[in-house]
Design a protein around this ligand. Sequence first.
Ligand code: PLP
Length: 268
Amino acid sequence: MSATPKTALTIAGSDSGGGAGIQADLRTFFACGVHGMTAITAVTVQNSLGVQGFSEVPVDVVTAQIRAVAGDMGVDAAKTGMLATAEIIHAVAETLDEVHIGRHHETPFVVDPVAASMHGDPLLREEALEAIRTELLPRATLVTPNLDEVRLLTGVAVTDTGSQREAADALLEFGSQWVLVKGGHMYDNPECVDLLSDGVQYVELKGPRHDVEHTHGGGDTLASAITASLAKDLGVPDAVSAGKRFIERSVAEAYPLGQGIGPVSPFW
Ligand code: PLP
């Protein structure tokens, strides 16, 4: 018999194509050596060509999944991905307080503010953005937006490392402890520069830019790898550095699948 591993909970949507969402999160948790648990918020109908539609899971079923695992197995770190509606966000925020997950409790909590797929298909109802700002960010240990998400949340259009810092400051105003403004979509920059800040420290994390077209599930994989490291008791800067190394490898090992965009691969 093995020792009980650390546990990580993802509260997110299912991707029928297996590339992003819950499926990417579980693969990443496994590759990082933690036991993955899920609270599924929505079921997407999706393949490599995009998201054809989704159906939300009833709110009481979402919150019951969180309570079921927190009350029995315990949660060492949690993350959110696709949350779909303001109603789900509101219920998740209340339930996280109830089970003592979030920046004001012992259990770290990562918010990946998923708004749309890389094909531009919406994964969040428009009115739900405000619920992310007011209900999730104040509870977050770390929030990990890409440039589109940071613009939606703060109004700041990031074009260079100067505006990246402005965006980090604007995002911190909503109350998360740390922000990671991901710079992977600044395609003019030969490196991928992510900015991590808690308002005191501003840490630029630089990595190579891999010229690959298959990057489906990249954001989910990074946030899950960070969550796994937090579950293993690393501090936020170390967990983010480990997550960045993990996503660099996963992007380098991405593979073609279907007729569209294939997934990043944490299989190594
Ligand atoms: N589907 C689900 C359920 C997701 O959670 C996400 C991203 O978080 C996506 C699709 C989109 O992934 P990508 O933008 O990498 O295609």
